[in-house]
Write a protein that binds this ligand. Structure first.
Ligand SMILES: Nc1ncnc2c1ncn2[C@@H]1O[C@H](COP(=O)(O)OP(=O)(O)O)[C@@H](O)[C@H]1O
Ligand SMILES: [Mg+2]
Length: 259
């Protein structure tokens, strides 16, 4: 089972969009896929379930509540997972309540709980996509400890370029201290505008610095907002759309590298 975390401390770079769309491409290609939404904002959950995400029960907050009220009769992780309207694609939905559980989980040293929980699901899924909040906190650390691969979205802005090196150093630190299986699969260039000079220059600079920039670029399209509003990933909404094909190409690039 490959566990892919989409991580960047900056908000609005495309983490939720990338996690959900890659997961949907994987499911469409026949894989058994789980999306785990670790962001209290729940954008990935909403993207997959629509308004039903708000009332999805039990959810991640219920799962963490069970972790905090340790019992020998705990429900298995499977029971917190919901099917989505897309075949082969399930979700463990988030809840705003997880924001308040964070300090308690941290104080009780539950940082390995997620890895252990995904271990229990190893026979049921081929791929797991973890969406993370825009922070380096208990949730993102738990995700990086549980993951086998890390994708870092880059939104072609000079501020985020400077933050990238620091971010990659943190991932490497977690690899050394907690998770030898964690690999940076690459930097995903999102909202790329091939005709503008700044994005091209920024991406070229990253490549020249030897950073692992993936070849597949994701362009900017209003279709993304439409897709979020329709609660349908691009492959489900319009598989022939340029951006849907770019997500498929990105997925193929990652699959080829993982082989
Ligand atoms: N390739 C893209 N083209 C157009 N809009 C995009 C693209 N990727 C993301 N967006 C938009 O940018 C915003 C932030 O994306 P999101 O995936 O929520 O980022 P994050 O999870 O990192 O905060 C959303 O409104 C989303 O619709
Ligand atoms: Mg998000």
């Amino acid at each position: 089972m490959h566990v892919r975390v989409v991580f960047n401390q900056k908000g609005g770079v495309g983490k939720s969009t990338i996690a959900v769309n890659l997961a949907a491409v994987a499911a469409k290609s026949g894989k058994r896929v789980l999306v785990l939404d670790l962001d209290p904002q729940g954008n990935a959950s909403h993207y997959l379930l629509g308004e039903a995400a708000r009332t999805a029960s039990p959810n991640l907050a219920d799962f963490f509540e069970q972790v905090l009220n340790f019992s020998l009769y705990a429900k298995p992780a499977r029971e917190f997972i919901h099917p989505t309207p897309h075949e082969g694609l399930d979700v463990l939905p988030s809840s705003p309540l997880i924001a308040e559980q964070q300090t308690k989980l941290e104080a009780r040293y539950k940082i390995y709980k997620l890895r252990e929980t995904l271990g229990e699901l190893a026979g049921e899924y081929d791929e797991v996509y973890i969406d993370t909040p825009p922070a380096l906190n208990f949730f993102t650390l738990s995700a990086l400890i549980a993951a086998t691969g890390c994708l870092i979205p880059f939104d072609c802005d000079s501020f985020s370029r400077d933050a990238l090196l620091g971010l990659m150093a943190r991932v490497e630190e977690i690899r050394q201290d907690h998770n030898g299986k964690l690999e940076i699969e690459g930097i995903v260039v999102n909202q790329f505008q091939p005709r503008a000079s700044l994005p091209l220059r920024l991406v070229t600079e990253l490549e020249e610095q030897g950073l692992p920039v993936l070849q597949s670029r994701l362009s900017s399209s209003v279709k993304v907002r439409e897709s979020h509003e329709a609660a349908a990933p691009l492959v489900a909404l319009d598989a022939r759309h340029k951006l849907a094909q770019e997500f498929a190409a990105l997925y193929a690039e990652l699959a080829a590298a993982a082989r």
